[in-house]
Every structure is written in structure tokens, then in C-alpha cells.
Design a protein around this ligand. Structure first.
Ligand code: GDP
Ligand code: CA
Length: 306
């Protein structure tokens, strides 16, 4: 079976890892780049790196992002020098950013750079796909105005109330050819349990995506990132609330209803099934918290079988 996955960072990477362990071939992971930014002149792609590190089994198992056995000498020295230190880059992680920046500055596309990084990590080169090669930038409107994604997420620790999201550039930048080919070839498209506002909608907002979607023959299955009234991590519950959706998997269903056939929700949320079905979606019920590799594989299996 050909499978294409849309994913962001930590939640996305966990399910991608489960799918990769079940079927390493015929799998294409389309990853959000709306969070990408430059710092100290370095090109940083947080979601792509989280997926890369997780699949390579290089990731820090506790936090779910960054590398295991990381050290922070550079970040400490930078703080001492009074440099910009709000976004801390680990010593080993820096190598990825140095590599990527150099290659991009030589004129390679982000897609090509990620293929090289995947190969060096022992992964197939047709696995990891940046959603686009142009610059789409997620922006959030807070009470004092529009801010960049990392400003909201890292500098302000995502404590502000978000009044609006936009994906700057998305209406002029199409998904890459590799992404379109993978979506057209897919028998199944899986929307990972990623934050819809910050990870999935940037991908779905790309130029031509809305027109392409109805032409795809795949069955489209999403896993909800909400369990009860809480997100497993991050600001999703607060975003659902401030942007006018129910703070539960029902809110996820409302946001994704035009893009999916099936929504997989947590077994504890059975009471939401009738309301989600009333939106025209099929519901899958299963435990959706991924605590270990077995959970990832089991949930991945459900997304292929449902
Ligand atoms: P980010 O880019 O690192 O913020 O990652 P994503 O957008 O991919 O993922 C963030 C979302 O993943 C959050 O809304 C979490 O609720 C969700 N998430 C993380 N771990 C899990 C899990 O084990 N199960 C489910 N269902 N959702 C998860
Ligand atoms: Ca992210």
C-alpha cells in the first residue's frame, strides 16, 4: 500500500515512526515548513528535523525533539557573549543547521538537502518531503498584532491568546512535485496527530492543494491530537478555544472535515462519536496516546486498517 502522511513535529513524528516501522517502503512523509526560520544566519527547519531525528532513532526520547546525548556548550558560550539565546541550539543539532545552510546557500533545494540528510541518517531518500521549497511562514495575531511563529512559540512560550493564524506565502507557493506525486499515488493519506493550526493547515493551504484534494483517490484518515479536553502537548487547547472551536476532538473534526473521511479519536472520547458522525465523518476509536514504540506501531496499524 502507498501511504502519504501529513505531519508537523513531535506528534507527527511519533506516528510517522510507527508507520515507518510497519512499512518502510511506499511511505512518503510530507512535513510542515511553516515554522522554518533563520537564526545566527542558519536555516532551521524544526519539524523536518524532529521527523528526521525520530525516524533515525536519534531523537531525545524524553522531550521528543532534539538529539539524544546532546550537549549545550555553544549555547552557554553564546549566552555568556550576550548573543541571541532565546532559541537554544544544541551542539550536535548545530551540525544539521550548518549542513543545511551551506547546501541551501550553494543553491540546492530544501527537498534535495533533506534527501541528503536522510541518506546520511540511514533512511530512504524518498521518505522525507518538505511541503514546499519556497518560504511559507506561519504568523499569529496576538492582542498586540501579528508576530512570527517562533516569537509566539518559543520567545513567548505560547502563553498569549491567538486571535488569528495565517500562512504567509502559501497562496503563491505550491507543494513540491515530489509531494504532489506522492499524494496522487497514495492509497491512503494519513493526517498525523499534529496541531491543525500550526502544522497541518500550513500544508493544506499551499497553492493548488484545495483543487488537488478531490482528485486524490486515497482514503483520508486523521488521528486527533486531542484527548478529552487536553492536547497531549503544546498550545492546541488554547488555540481551539480562542479561535472558536470546541476544545476536544469535535473541534478537530470541525477543522478537518473537508479534508478527511475518517477521524480516529481516543477511546475515552466515545461520547463525541455521534456529533462527529453528524459532520459526515466516520469515527475510529482506539487509545491514541503514544508512550512507547509499541503504541506508535499499534496506532499506525489502525490508521492503515480503519
Ligand atoms: P510540533 O510541531 O512539535 O508542535 O508538533 P505537532 O504539530 O506534530 O504536534 C503537536 C501535537 O501533537 C499536539 O497538539 C499534541 O496534542 C499532539 N501529540 C503529541 N503526542 C501525541 C500522542 O501521543 N498522541 C496524540 N493523539 N497526540 C499527540
Ligand atoms: Ca512545529
Amino acid at each position: 500500500m502507498q501511504v502519504a502522511v501529513l505531519a508537523g513535529g513531535v506528534g507527527g513524528a511519533r506516528l510517522c515512526h510507527g508507520l515507518y516501522r510497519l512499512q518502510p517502503e511506499g511511505l512518503s512523509l510530507v512535513v510542515n515548513t511553516g515554522d522554518d526560520f533563520r537564526l545566527h544566519g542558519l536555516a532551521i527547519s524544526p519539524d523536518l528535523d524532529t521527523v528526521l531525528y525520530t525516524l533515525a532513532e536519534w531523537a531525545n526520547p524524553v522531550q521528543g525533539w532534539g538529539l539524544r546525548d546532546e550537549t549545550w556548550n555553544c549555547a552557554q558560550q553564546l549566552t555568556q557573549l550576550g548573543g541571541e539565546s532565546w532559541f537554544r541550539l544544541g551542539d550536535r543539532d548545530l551540525a544539521t543547521h550548518l549542513f543545511r545552510t551551506h547546501q541551501l546557500d550553494q543553491g540546492l533545494s530544501l527537498t534535495r538537502v533533506m534527501q541528503q540528510l536522510a541518506a546520511r541518517a540511514g533512511l530512504p531518500t524518498d521518505l522525507l518531503w518538505p511541503m514546499c521549497d519556497g518560504q511559507v511562514r506561519t504568523k499569529l495575531r496576538l492582542s498586540e498584532g501579528w508576530v512570527d511563529f517562533q516569537d509566539y512559540f518559543v520567545k513567548r512560550q505560547h502563553t498569549d491568546r491567538v486571535l488569528q493564524c495565517r500562512y504567509e506565502g502559501a497562496d503563491q507557493i505550491p507543494p513540491t512535485e515530489g509531494v504532489v506525486t506522492a499524494l496522487l499515488a497514495a492509497d491512503r493519506i494519513v493526517l498525523a496527530p499534529s496541531n491543525p493550526y500550526l502544522s497541518l493547515l500550513p500544508i493544506l493551504s499551499l497553492q493548488g492543494m484545495a483543487a488537488l484534494w478531490p482528485q486524490l483517490r486515497a482514503r483520508k484518515v486523521a488521528v486527533s491530537p486531542m484527548i478529552g479536553t487536553r492536547a497531549v502537548k503544546g498550545p492546541l487547547a488554547s488555540l481551539l478555544d480562542s479561535l472558536g472551536h470546541p476544545v476536544s476532538s469535535l473541534g478537530i473534526a470541525q477543522l478537518l472535515r473537508d479534508w478527511i473521511d475518517v477521524l480516529i479519536i481516543d477511546s475515552g472520547d466515545t461520547h463525541l462519536q455521534p456529533q462527529i458522525e453528524a459532520l459526515g465523518l466516520q469515527v475510529g476509536l482506539t487509545p491514541t496516546l503514544m508512550k512507547d514504540t509499541e503504541d506508535r506501531e499499534r496506532l499506525a496499524r489502525v490508521t492503515l486498517d480503519v
